[in-house]
Design a binder for this molecule. Structure first.
Ligand code: ADP
Length: 510
């Protein structure tokens, strides 16, 4: 296990490098794109602002002269402001009177605003004067004239002024976007209250208002005495800035999504290939070291026997015979092992070809039993065989499947104690399967090993296993063979009481 660590580590390192090399620059690139989109929006806004600035300039200059050319008319006590073209520019109920330090009007908002100018009433010019007033939450535009100690005036209609302005601009359209001109109060600073905290709060409130309020394309504060109002260009209909940036955002979003999709795919794919490579190279080194280790033991014994023979000191023919028998057994072990390894390599390399034919199940069972009985089994074995009558045929490579079954029988023999060794082989049909079960009363397998015994070269580490010969390939090969036939091998076991391996083979379809 420890030998595999460097490989896994280098896999991780390579993968981390891949992530850093690919993901970091791409994240930077996406961030850059987002910034670019935001900047682009700001640029569009700036362009529109620049486009409207000149118009606003002219308009704000024209407004005072347009107002100056209007006349104040008295209509039965009520005042109204009439433009040169006969249009009324004042609010119908906006007449007011400042007299004796008091403001009189029907308009409550107006009354509140006027309160601030009452003390200065006497210093107002006699000719009609326009000015803005801001008090409380209201901002109003008024015109007033003085006759002695009495000041009379009227509130201007912002609506009417807007119409007037919009009319003046229409002929010299600046951009193709439909817009509207409005007079809005200048947001007033509520500074002073609560010091820094109050400022912060009002700043946040303003930021929110500008984010939630109408999208202003450009604005200009009117010059005094109308300084409480600003002339604003508002888009009517769809916001052109929003439209442009929404389109760009959508395109960018889709491209970014696609980019990350392919990136994820690429990284996952590369990661998998890397992992497979790393595993493969680990398997190769494991394999080579395991195989050489397995070969060394019998080879050492063989060399020892040969050396003994070569010394020529053995005169007793019985002893000679014994050594030859041992030699034969060791070489047999070697060939069996090498045969197993080759088998495994054929299966792993996908070079194993199965000669499938339709056979009665009993043929497979008999073939495995014959091979099992032919082995020189030391110590007795109580073998019970039970094959159900009328089993359906199976489509199998007889040699391969019988080999797998033989392996189960050999294991049952190997991993049970020499005294009272009982093995039961049964074949029966369970729905669409034919089950070949080999049950023993041996050492059993602990739960944690039950899955792993089917891995190549895995041998449970216990006394029994250490005493018996094996490659750890038998079950791995058997499982591959059975799976190639569309079946599976399962195991039930209780440590100390025995194991039960079952080969489930699919019944051949009629
Ligand atoms: P081996 O050549 O070691 O027998 P296998 O792949 O056939 O290799 O088996 C893997 C391991 O599973 C064995 O080493 C043994 O520890 C365990 N095992 C297999 N069959 C049995 C069984 N019937 N009872 C107990 N342990 C078993």
């Amino acid at each position: 296990m420890s030998r595999s660590a460097p490989v896994i580590l280098s896999f991780r390192r390579t993968f981390a490098l891949l992530i850093i090399l690919v993901v970091l620059p791409s994240a930077g690139l996406s961030g850059f794109g987002v910034v670019a989109i935001i900047n682009e929006r700001a640029a569009v806004e700036k362009r529109l602002e620049a486009a409207w600035r000149g118009t606003l300039e002219t308009l704000s200059q024209e407004l005072p002269s347009a107002l100056a050319s209007a006349r104040l008319e008295d209509e039965g006590g009520a005042l109204r402001l009439v433009a040169s073209d006969g249009r009324v520019l004042s609010e119908p109920a906006g007449t007011f009177l400042l007299e004796g330090g008091r403001a009189m009007t029907e308009d409550p908002q107006l009354a509140e605003s006027l309160a601030t100018v009452v003390p200065e009433a006497s210093s107002l010019p006699e000719s009609p004067t326009f000015f803005s007033l801001a008090a409380g939450n209201h901002t109003v535009l008024v015109v007033a004239e003085r006759e002695g100690q009495v000041v009379r005036g009227v509130r201007l209609s912002v609506r009417a002024l807007e119409a007037l302005l919009t009319e003046r601009v229409e002929p010299r359209a600046v951009s193709s976007e439909p817009v509207r001109f409005t007079l809005l109060p200048v947001p007033r600073e509520t500074s002073g209250e609560g010091g820094l905290m109050g400022k912060l709060v009002s700043e946040v409130a303003q930021a929110r208002a500008s984010a939630l309020g109408p999208q202003v394309l450009a604005e200009r504060v009117l010059s005094p005495p109308l300084q409480d109002f600003r002339l604003v260009v508002l888009p009517t209909g769809e916001d052109p800035v929003a439209r442009a940036s929404t389109r760009n955002r959508a395109v960018y979003g889709v491209l970014l999504g696609l980019f990350y999709l392919t990136l994820t795919f690429g990284v996952v794919y590369t990661g998998r290939v890397l992992y497979r490579e790393a595993r493969l190279s680990r398997m190769k080194t494991d394999f080579v070291s395991l195989v050489s280790h397995e070969l060394r033991t019998p080879l050492t014994s063989i060399r020892m026997f040969i050396e003994t023979l070569a010394l020529g000191r053995l005169k007793d023919p019985a002893q000679m015979q014994e050594i030859l028998t041992l030699l034969t057994r060791e070489t047999e072990r070697l060939s069996i092992f090498i045969e197993r390894v080759l088998d495994w390599s054929r299966i792993e390399g996908g070079r194993k070809v199965y000669q499938r034919e339709s056979l009665p199940v009993s043929d497979v069972v008999d073939s495995a039993l014959a091979a099992f009985r032919a082995q020189r089994l030391e110590g007795g074995v109580n073998l019970q065989v039970e094959v159900e009558q009328g089993l359906p045929a199976v489509l199998v490579d007889k040699e391969a499947v019988a080999g797998a079954l033989l392996n189960l029988l050999q294991n049952a023999y190997k991993y049970s104690g020499p005294e009272d060794r009982r093995i039961a082989l049964t074949a029966r049909r369970v729905r669409r399967w034919v089950d070949l079960t080999v049950e023993d009363n041996g050492v059993g397998i602990a739960p944690k090993d039950r899955k792993r015994i089917f891995e190549r070269f895995y041998r449970v580490d216990n006394l029994m296993t250490r005493k018996t010969e094996g490659s750890g390939l038998g079950l791995a090969i058997a499982r591959r063979i059975i799976e190639a036939h569309g079946g599976r091998i399962t195991v039930k076991s209780e440590p100390g009481r025995g194991s039960r391996f079952t080969i489930h083979l699919p019944v051949q379809k009629a």
